[in-house]
Design a protein around this ligand. Structure first.
Ligand SMILES: [Zn+2]
Length: 146
């Protein structure tokens, strides 16, 4: 079974490779390379997979999931200039793809088979990170290829 929780955060970014010229970045990323940055209202959907607990009936405690999403993603990224305030985007271009990977990396320790405090979180696994940069554009990330 899959359960999904949605949260939103607002952040600004520049999509540009520092080692490229402004013209090269403009050709590659278009208006997103504007050195003064621009913002998005990101919508993040995090999907967990697992079996409902036989007693609680829950795959995962959704109150706990909300706390994790706030702690790992929303609090550190909301109303931030990603390139300047949020690692690793001082050196990794904060495209939707790279932000989704970073969110995955921040979340995975909380769940089964993660390396962090996931031991109390039952059988739930992190299954998918979907990040909408606009209504018309989203990326899905299901973790590193095996
Ligand atoms: Zn953008």
């Amino acid at each position: 079974m899959f359960i999904t929780r949605r949260v939103e955060f607002s952040a600004s970014h520049i999509c540009a490779q520092p080692q490229f010229s402004q013209a090269e970045n403009r050709a590659l990323y278009g208006a997103a390379a504007n050195p003064n940055g621009h913002g998005h209202n990101y919508v993040l959907e995090v999907t967990l997979s697992g079996e409902p607990h036989p007693i609680t009936g829950m795959v995962f405690d959704l109150k706990n999931l909300k706390r994790i999403l706030n702690e790992a993603v929303v609090d550190p990224m909301d109303h931030r200039f990603l390139n300047r305030e949020v690692r690793p985007f001082d050196r990794v271009v904060p495209t939707a793809e790279n932000i989704a990977v970073e969110i995955w990396n921040r979340l995975v320790p909380y769940f089964k088979d993660g390396s962090g405090d996931g031991s109390d979180n039952g059988s739930a696994r992190l299954s998918n990170v979907r990040l909408y940069e606009t209504e018309d554009l989203y990326v899905d990330y299901t973790g590193p290829s095996q």
